[in-house]
Write a new protein. Structure first.
Length: 440
């Protein structure tokens, strides 16, 4: 059977564990490239390949600037597409191929390394990633069952955290096996491809696609303007951005506080990252269950309150309090899942209501703008963190003086706590409540 929009009829919902695993599987590969691109690739091109800091920074900044446009375009394309293969699968398949080829090319430049080469392949990688990530996130919102949507989001984020653990563990494994190539961008690209090929095949073959519940959205600025008029979405988006900034500042400054304040080396940094993301993976199954029992917004607020209280304790630690800092990493890592699962799950509820009221099926466009806000929050965190440290007198590879130490602690823990409290206020003001949460 086929629906009136020309899309082949597909099962409207799925509850099987195999289908949920199929939806989550690409998350392993989606997370791995974030390490070489965000951390290893710039230094590798600038120093090892001799491109220089200025040329490398300019090439990646230009690619990132254009990448902002890819998210809403990927969302609009996926929402408007009507084919026998559905709306999501064709876009994800094309994006996965583009991202895989671009990731391999950017990590295997050979003798072709140049600013133009880095810019071109990085831009293609970012575009491919958007073509995959945006419709993949929206796919969960297509299912009518609210509890299932939360479960799917939780499974996806757990897989991405596990992929992050794999990427973080690669340098440790490389030292143990005496294989330094595993820790470099090329080795991590190989891991991403090995995880991605089966993961995407399982997703595209196994998971059903519900037919669109409304008409396709229009193109262009009008579509985004109409979407932002949705007050529930705009308020949730504001809370997501502020909370993303609160999480982004500690992430950006994490290597600095570990090395400059606590005096730990790179190996300890890797172990702390593994501890953080490992605890997040272990705690991830709890968040959908808590959300079904108590409501997604309520649980998210409670988790942000707990994270703020725990993270504020960083300012009380002396540079020798390594165990205390590890404990904070473990607790805040366990709480991270709430930030990753519950806001996107709330977003799927907003999309369901919007589709019902407007008659337009534009879930991927919602997530395209959501992804733009995520990237904007991280970019703002980098700017605020590094510029703030510079104003505070921080100098790399030099001991911290009193002013630089205070600046680092305020930016790392003080400002994020204030931002978390602001995000809590936005969520409470937004009116996101489940009147009758689903029983666990």
């Amino acid at each position: 059977m086929s629906d009136p929009n020309g899309q082949q009829g597909l099962a409207p919902a799925t509850t099987g564990a195999a289908d949920i695993a199929a939806y989550a599987a690409p998350g392993l590969a989606l997370a791995v490239p974030t390490i070489p691109i965000a951390v290893l690739l710039p230094t590798w091109y600038a120093e090892d390949l001799g491109l220089g800091l200025a040329a490398t920074g300019a090439a990646l900044a230009a690619a990132r600037a254009l990448d902002f446009l890819a998210d809403p375009l990927a969302g609009a394309l996926s929402d408007r597409l009507r084919s026998r293969l559905g709306r999501r699968k064709p876009v994800i398949a094309v994006g996965a191929v583009i991202a895989g080829i671009a990731l391999w090319a950017v990590t295997h430049p050979g003798g072709a390394a140049s600013p133009l080469y880095l810019f071109g392949w990085s831009l293609l990688l970012f575009i491919g990633w958007s073509l995959v990530a945006v419709p993949h996130a929206a796919w969960a919102s297509d299912f009518p069952n609210q509890g299932l949507r939360t479960t799917l989001v939780g499974a996806r984020e757990a897989a991405m955290l596990l992929g992050m653990c794999i990427a973080v563990a690669a340098p440790v494994l490389a030292r143990v096996l005496e294989r330094p190539d595993l820790a470099g961008p090329a080795g991590l690209a190989a891991i991403a491809v090995m995880l991605g090929v089966p993961g995407f095949l399982v997703l595209l073959v196994r998971l059903p696609q519900p037919p669109p519940a409304g008409a396709p959205p229009p193109w262009g600025v009008r579509a985004m303007r109409d979407l932002l008029r949705n007050r529930a979405f705009s308020r949730l988006l504001a809370a997501w951005f502020v909370n993303g900034l609160a999480n982004g500042l500690p992430s950006v400054l994490f290597p600095i506080i570990v090395g400059a304040y606590f005096g730990l080396d790179d190996e300890a940094l890797n172990w702390l990252m593994l501890l953080y993301f490992g605890c997040a993976v272990l705690a991830m199954p709890a968040w959908p269950r808590l959300a079904r029992r108590h409501g997604k917004a309520q649980v998210w607020v409670a988790a942000m309150v707990a994270a703020s209280a725990v993270f504020a304790c960083v300012g009380l630690l002396s540079p020798a309090s390594h165990l205390g800092y590890a404990l904070i990493c473990a607790i805040t890592g366990a709480l991270l899942g709430a930030d990753l699962v519950l806001p996107p799950a709330l977003q799927t509820d907003v999309i369901e209501r919007d589709t019902r009221e407007s008659g337009v099926a534009r879930g991927a466009l919602f997530f395209g703008i959501w992804s733009m806000a995520t990237k904007a929050a991280l970019a703002a965190a980098v700017a605020i963190g590094f510029m703030g440290l510079d104003v505070g007198g921080y100098v790399a590879e030099q001991p911290l003086d009193r002013t630089a130490t205070l600046t680092l602690l305020v930016l790392y823990a003080g400002v994020p706590v204030l931002l978390k409290l602001a995000a809590i206020g936005l969520v409470l003001k937004s009116g996101h409540r489940e009147a009758s949460p689903h029983p666990a």
